[in-house]
Design a protein around this ligand. Sequence first.
Ligand code: ARG
Length: 456
Amino acid sequence: MAKMWEGRFSKALDTQADDFNSSIHFDCRMFRQDIKGSMAHAAMLAARGIISQADADAIIPELENILQDIESGKLAIDMTAEDIHMFVEAELTKRLGDVGKRLHTARSRNDQVAVDIRLYLREEADGIIEMLKTLLDAILHQAKQHKETIMPGYTHLQRAQPITFAHHLLAYGMMFTRDIGRIQDAVKRMNCNPLGSCALAGTTYNTDRYMTADALGFDGITLNSIDGVSDRDFCVELLSAFATVMMHLSRFSEEIILWASWEFKFIELDDSYTTGSSIMPQKKNPDIAELVRGKTGRVYGDLMAMLTILKGIPLAYNKDMQEDKESIFDAVDTVKQCLTVFPPMLKTLKALPENMLKAAQKGFINATDLADYLTKKGIPFRTAYKLVGQTVAYCIAKNKVLEELSLAEYKEFHELFEADVFEAISLRRCVESRISAGSTNLESVETQITYIETFI
Ligand code: ARG
């Protein structure tokens, strides 16, 4: 395709340099945003008398036609165009002649691309938030069934204290509610109209940037034209929020992989979310969870790429910034792919409460409760803690667990032990008596469920 800017040059751009320079292969996905931005711009130009109403009346419906033609497949995007902005303008001019050539008055591709990315990200961010809600729904679906399913809670991957499966799942639920908040916060700051900043310094035309802001659903306008075209910190913020979503998904995936192993066997993944091996007939592999964990690295990479693209470029626009889009698109695609498969995988997995309970019965996970038992009878916590440490060592030597000691053996450690000690260290009691706000008890779990429901 001929270059719009060829007047200045005596020679065509080298073919390979042209390919290298072009962004149409990836920015073609922003055709909708680009056309909507142009429609708003044309309407504003006419309202301000910068172009005639008759021209706007020709341009706007023709842009709509172009949009529909691309959507219906009637019009193929020309991959020899430099970018989507050039393609849309060239197509308009092809259809309208000189009238089409008036559209780019009081505008630059620099503010155009800044608008397009914002509109694109706003829409994708909304979609990702909806997907996160579906994930929260899957978490609640499992949590509601397992409010009283006891499992070991871990620190250092060592059995620590008894918790419920619901409490564990809801911890992830809380993380994903904050992910929603992070995305919403970033969108709020991003939702400012850069259109009208033009190349960098604004324009000599008496434009109305508030009018295009309104038409495009922005909350306001960028107040500095250089900032308007140079800023991509909203991309950094959103990529960072997406990377955090992936980090949470990856941690969750890691646990699902562990839980599905024969060593844990806390869950059984549904056949529709597992794969077999080409050689080992017995295998049932958690590939989906592993891939989510693996893809996390890409999104971290996208964030790093964006930060690095921006770190050394002077104001205002530099061609380096064209690289912003591939990072954004890759992160958006990856997060969406993961959020498509993860929630149903979670929803369809089957918890195995007997195995969880069996694991909870080993590892002295009620030792803190035994110390608390003595503390509540007046023994200072540190003393009780040491005594229980000795009791555990004694159990290990005898190959017993705390529940298996006799009252007489307990009395050897301290005379304040009574028959009620067995009830105090029963796993169910350990869970129920964690009464502090936000703990693993049933009422707290129900409060958490109610809270998360407000996000859905
Ligand atoms: N394709 C370009 C990009 O994505 C559009 C902006 C071009 N501006 C320029 N001054 N060359 O960044």
